[in-house]
Design a protein around this ligand. Structure first.
Ligand code: 5GP
Length: 118
């Protein structure tokens, strides 16, 4: 079985600031926030990268998007807006190999990042 820092958070082996959880998804604040609000939405089933998402299981990522939008509405910034990002592998900047959706919000976020920014 895959074991990442996110699996350890799901199993409560390391602490995290958990903001949402149900039987399929856990969401917690990023340890190094890149915006005033930066929450990670992680499925509880093992999927290392977006490349590994089975075509038969679109709900795994769909649930992350639904949970993120529900969180945005609940926290009151859905109408102001937000950004969701899924990084994949090296060029995408993925560092934790359990698929996850970043929710970034709380201020105007500017243009989408490209390699020219770094
Ligand atoms: P990635 O780069 O894979 O798309 O995103 C991984 C994210 O996980 C990064 O934004 C990073 O700051 C966050 N992260 C890494 N380790 C931890 C941790 O132990 N706790 C929390 N809450 N976030 C983490």
């Amino acid at each position: 079985m895959t074991d990442t820092i996110f699996h350890k958070i799901i199993r409560r082996e390391i602490p995290a600031d958990i903001v949402f959880e149900d039987e399929h998804v856990i969401a917690f604040r990023d340890i190094a926030p890149q915006a005033p609000v930066h929450v990670l939405f992680v499925p509880k089933v093992d999927v290392a990268t977006l490349n590994d998402l089975p075509a038969s299981q679109p709900e795994v990522v769909g649930r992350l998007a639904i949970a993120a939008a529900a969180y945005a509405k609940r926290e009151g910034f859905a109408d102001d807006g937000y950004r969701v990002v899924i990084n994949c592998n090296g060029h995408g900047g993925q560092t934790v190999f359990q698929v996850h959706l970043h929710l970034l919000a709380g201020a105007p976020l500017g243009r989408f990042g490209t390699a020219r920014d770094s």
